[in-house]
Design a protein around this ligand. Structure first.
Ligand code: DGY
Length: 331
């Protein structure tokens, strides 16, 4: 069986695949590219892909041998799961292991934009710190303010736990309200969507990207936020209408934004980089040495389980595949 790994993962971890399978690794530190991927998949039985690889019907049609797509990431909006299911291809992801690092980064963005860390660093670095003054670089309070969390899954809850340590009041909105004991432990209060927009001093997004959440934050939602509020996005770029966000930031409709993800990643909406009231990161929510190693190990576990005929631990289309008669091109 042949395996394709489209990212440069730690060798000691991919050695576990190489031990039993003919393995091709795209070991450059940049995406493999659509054409190279499409021409490689006809031969491939197992694919360990990056979130930058689009796994759609066109690719699946060209991959008759493919049994499993193991995504290196918890978000799998890069994969057409329904098409994979139709083709009899298992899809897996890497939940849990990146929760803490992503929640840490959401807090880092919140603090950075609220307290103007990047702007002040630039000022200091450029030799412009020539005297202390009582009204230089005034930022916004964090302690005692209200953090709104949109999407109260694992990462949203981890952000709530951190915010408690900063003395923030936590409100949240989620498709399903959490059980009362969980809300109690997190000291998080459920509110309806309009109240989340209206009451948050910092609004942090933790929803997956789906048809329902695309442009969840657009002109109307930005207009409903406080002019002093900050938007933090460590989820997926298209959850925010980025052109509307640039307008809102430019006009002072909201106070600022901390972004790790972008609508047309890696491209940025024109105007975004001209603004001082934003902190912009290159999608590094889970980018710590330990987390990326855990993600790699988990993706390999999933891949090997699927190829060995065991149930992959993080099989996202398990129910749909089990319910479906075994008749696809890949079964
Ligand atoms: C994910 O896992 O979905 C992140 O965005 C990439 O690490």
């Amino acid at each position: 069986m042949k395996i394709l790994v489209t990212g440069n993962l730690p060798e000691d971890i991919t050695d576990r695949i190489r031990a039993d399978y003919a393995t091709r690794i795209h070991d450059l530190d940049r995406p493999m590219g659509r054409d190279a991927l499409l021409s490689a998949v006809p031969e491939v039985d197992g694919l360990l892909c990056m979130i930058t690889d689009r796994i759609d019907a066109e690719l699946l049609d060209r991959a008759p041998r493919l049994k499993i797509v193991a995504n290196f990431g918890v978000g799998y909006n890069n994969i057409d799961v329904a098409a994979a299911t139709r083709h009899g291809v298992m899809v897996t992801n890497t939940p849990g292991v990146l929760t803490d690092s992503t929640a840490d980064l959401a807090m880092a963005l919140l603090l950075a934009v609220g307290r103007r860390i990047v702007e002040s660093d630039r000022h200091t670095r450029e030799g412009r710190f020539q005297f202390w003054a009582p009204f230089h670089f005034l930022g916004h309070e964090v302690s005692g303010t209200t953090l709104g969390i949109a999407g109260m899954g694992r990462i949203g809850q981890a952000v709530a736990r951190r915010a408690k340590g900063f003395g923030m009041r936590v409100i949240y909105h989620n498709r399903n309200r959490l059980p009362a004991d969980q809300e109690g432990r997190l000291e998080a209060h459920y509110v309806e969507w309009p109240a989340l927009l209206a009451e948050s001093d910092y609004l942090s997004l933790h929803v997956p990207l789906t048809d329902e959440t695309r442009h969840l934050i657009g002109p109307a939602e930005l207009a409903a936020m406080k002019p002093s509020a900050f938007l933090i996005n460590t989820a997926r770029g298209p959850v925010v209408d980025e052109a509307a966000l640039v307008d809102a930031l430019r006009s002072g409709r909201i106070a600022g934004a901390g972004l790790d993800v972008y609508e047309n990643e890696p491209e940025l909406t024109p105007g975004l980089t001209d603004l001082d009231n934003v902190v912009l990161l290159p999608h590094v929510g889970s980018a710590t040495v330990a987390t990326r190693r855990r993600m790699a190990a988990m993706a390999v576990d999933n891949l090997l389980a699927g190829l060995d005929g065991r149930e992959p631990p993080n099989w996202v289309n398990a129910n749909d595949m089990k319910a479906r008669p075994a008749s696809g091109q890949n079964t």
